[in-house]
Design a protein around this ligand. Structure first.
Ligand SMILES: [Zn+2]
Length: 240
């Protein structure tokens, strides 16, 4: 194996580790976002429950107000009825009867309102019970999912530490010049510094490579880079 061939082999191994590291780091970054998403979802469920409870409270207030109105109307009817005995003329009597009739009719309308409100309160309370069950289930699920994600993150973290140690051991075996070229590319080329050639194309940017570039790689005298994307090129040994 030539010096360059050996270096390329190590760089390919290093790229595999770096790709693995990037994937794990991506996973670790996504965990808090996933948890935040789940918490937001749960918050919207509790907010909906709160909205239903507020609506129920306002229906109850409305009902109490109507009951007050009804009581007032009944008071009026009673007052007029007691006045009926003191009346002297027929005309006055029938006028007062009319007043009583109107107050009673008003009272019936209010009574109907109260019945409608009571039905609405019952329906709302049923919704609240249902929503409370949903919130309870979701709360348990949220806690479980959070625990699962956190455990997953912890195991990825441990794995990541191990791979990073492996990486620094491997990096120490690569010559300084090749390593710094690789690391510069890794940083500037979306985490992909060394790519194979397949079907005469660079597998970083997928441009067809001129035959002399492919020959140059085969010579194994230098690190050869892609003219288009500047990534280091290598020819993968045939798979077995
Ligand atoms: Zn390329």
């Amino acid at each position: 194996m030539t010096q360059i061939e050996e270096q390329v082999k190590l760089l390919v191994e290093l790229q595999e580790l770096d790709t693995h590291i990037q994937r794990m780091e991506g996973e670790l970054e996504s965990v808090p976002l996933e948890i935040k998403d789940m918490e937001e979802g749960f918050k919207s469920k509790t907010a909906y429950l709160k909205k239903l409870e507020d609506e129920s409270k306002s229906l109850v207030l409305n009902r109490k107000a109507k009951e007050g109105e009804l009581e007032a109307k009944e008071g009026i009817v009673k007052k007029y009825q007691s006045q009926l005995y003191q009346i002297k003329t027929n005309k006055e009597y029938s006028a007062l009867q009319d007043e009583i009739g109107r107050a009673k009719a008003d009272g019936s309308v209010i009574e109907e309102d109260i019945i409608r409100l009571m039905d609405a309160i019952d329906a709302k309370n049923k919704d609240i019970l249902k929503e409370k069950e949903v919130v309870k289930t979701e709360e348990v699920k949220l806690a479980e999912d959070k625990k699962r994600l956190e455990a997953q993150a912890a195991s990825v973290k441990t794995e990541l530490e191990g791979v990073k140690i492996k990486r620094s051991e491997l990096a120490a075996r690569i010559d300084q010049k090749s390593l710094s070229k690789y690391e510069r590319l890794l940083k500037n080329k979306d985490g992909l510094a060394i790519v194979p050639v397949a079907n005469e194309a660079c597998q970083g940017c997928f441009r067809i490579l001129p035959p002399q570039v492919i020959n140059e790689i085969r010579m194994k005298d230098n690190l050869v880079v892609c003219d288009s994307c500047a990534r280091i090129l290598y020819i993968a040994p045939p798979e077995e």
